[in-house]
Design a protein around this ligand. Structure first.
Ligand code: MV4
Length: 451
């Protein structure tokens, strides 16, 4: 049943991560690469590699026809999209199916319905997953916006239905600003997404971002693999993620897991995905968005659940049952923290610093996992994201994970480029972080001097 050969429609650390999983399952791998990435480690690691175009992503990693052609040429039976690029593109999933290639992910219909944030919210509401009080679907008029805002109470947040990841959001604290913000949100959404639909929610103050990893197969197994806390973000870019969330009681963890499984059942979802929740200061949680892909931070979940999420994705896509269906639900084992090491200068507003890595000595030892495609001599390209490495530490409890994180970052040598390692060292000394109390305003309120 398992595939003989798959193609990985991505680059960098995630391409390598997927190929490692494939190799363990005895599956041959095909890398695709832009001319810019020709000399990178994942291209060498693959059993075969096909060049799909020049450096700009819209000429290579985003060109569906070239990727599908590469799969047909090499006889790859399935395509893993990784994250970013075409991972949540329903047209790509459809194009694969039309060519008889398995898309390693959910159905195009699921990708599409969760991509529309307002309809995703309505779907969740109707199946009993808690949502933030707000409008029923998209808003047609400013009068309608005003009615809902008054019903739920100010402050409110106007969100683009085609948005997600924070794009096209406007806060309204004063009723006098509602009309202007409503119009601005619509205009901004129309320009950014070609879809000016907006909806409205009550603004949750000082929330935490807590998300549940789910897996679903063709055999009726729907599991929630505990949660991740991703509250430490800057401009909607996550910097630190951990599992389990230090903010959840066992009772809330169970309730969140049950809600996530309900959401999976209601949508007929298959493969790996994430249900994102906002957690408020009282410990109430609300559906925010569903991600229909594997995420950058999936390793922290793997560390505390003893699973291999990428291998499960391959099994599920190949029509096999997942291998982790029998594990105890909602019970984390130990604690894991991921720090994203980016080629950015935190001392100068996290500005990207592409360039050649001259020395690269990653940390190792007990409880340390490094996910990276970088080797000494690797050029971090200005064309793609600036992720250099993910350092994932795990321990029996949060204190041990924190101690390992400090030790790992002290060992880590990266020369030739500026990185976010110094920023992470500071987070690991911050008392709000150490108390497990970081909310989504952590960077602004606690790390203000690095901004
Ligand atoms: C919210 C919110 C407060 N209240 N919705 C940000 C990205 C997109 N997924 C939705 N987001 C938010 N939605 C309500 N009703 C606050 C945010 C938000 C946020 C959420 C998670 C992590 C970081 C964030 C940073 C700013 C705003």
């Amino acid at each position: 049943m398992m595939f003989g050969k798959i193609l990985i429609a991505n680059r960098g650390e995630v391409a390598l991560r997927v190929m490692r999983a494939a190799r363990e399952l005895g599956v041959k791998t095909v890398a695709v690469y832009s001319t810019e990435d020709a000399d990178t480690y994942p291209v060498r690691y693959a059993d075969e590699a096909v060049c799909i175009g020049p450096a700009p992503a819209n000429k290579s990693y985003l060109v569906m026809a070239n990727i599908i052609e590469a799969a047909k040429q090499t006889g790859a039976e399935a395509i893993h999209p990784g994250y970013g690029f075409l991972a949540e593109n329903a047209d790509f999933a459809r194009a694969c199916a039309e060519e008889g290639i398995v898309f390693i992910g959910p159905s195009p219909e699921c990708i599409e319905s969760m991509g529309d944030k307002s309809s995703a919210r309505e779907t969740m509401k109707s199946c009993g997953v808690p949502t933030v009080p707000g409008s029923d679907g998209c808003l047609d008029t400013v009068e309608e916006a005003r009615e809902f805002a008054e019903r739920v109470g100010y402050p409110v947040l106007i969100k683009a239905t085609a948005g997600g990841g924070g794009k096209g959001m406007r806060e309204v604290h004063d009723p006098a600003d509602l009309e202007a913000q409503y119009k601005a949100a619509r205009t901004e959404a129309g320009a950014a997404f070609g879809n000016d639909g907006v909806y409205l929610e009550k603004l949750v103050l000082r929330p935490r971002h807590v998300e549940v990893q789910i897996l679903a197969d063709d055999f009726g197994n729907n599991v929630a693999l505990c949660e991740r806390d991703c509250s430490i973000q800057r401009r909607h870019q996550k910097l630190v993620e951990e599992a389990p969330s230090p903010a959840l009681t066992e009772e809330v963890r169970r309730a969140m897991g049950v809600a996530a499984v309900k959401a999976v059942r209601a949508t007929g979802y298959r493969n790996a995905g994430t249900i994102e929740f906002l957690l408020d200061e009282r410990g109430h949680f609300y559906f925010m968005e569903m991600n229909t892909r594997v995420q950058v931070e999936h390793p922290v979940t793997e560390q505390i659940t003893g699973t291999d999420i990428i291998k499960e994705q391959l099994r599920i896509a190949a029509g096999e049952p997942m291998s982790c269906a029998g594990r105890a639900p909602f019970v984390p084992s130990g604690h894991a923290i991921e720090m994203r090491i980016n080629a950015e200068d935190p001392a100068h507003g996290f500005r990207p610093c592409p360039g050649t890595v001259t020395a690269f000595e990653p940390p190792a030892g007990p409880g340390v996992r490094v996910e990276s495609y970088v080797r000494a001599g690797t050029r971090i390209s200005p064309y793609y994201d600036s992720l250099v490495a993910k350092v994932i530490v795990s321990g029996q409890d949060r204190a041990e994970a924190v101690a390992r994180a400090r030790r790992a970052l002290d060992e880590f040598v990266v020369e030739g480029i500026a990185t976010t390692i110094p920023f992470h060292k500071r987070v690991l000394e911050n008392e709000v972080f150490l108390a497990g109390e970081a909310t989504t305003d952590f960077i602004e309120t606690q790390m203000g001097d690095v901004l």
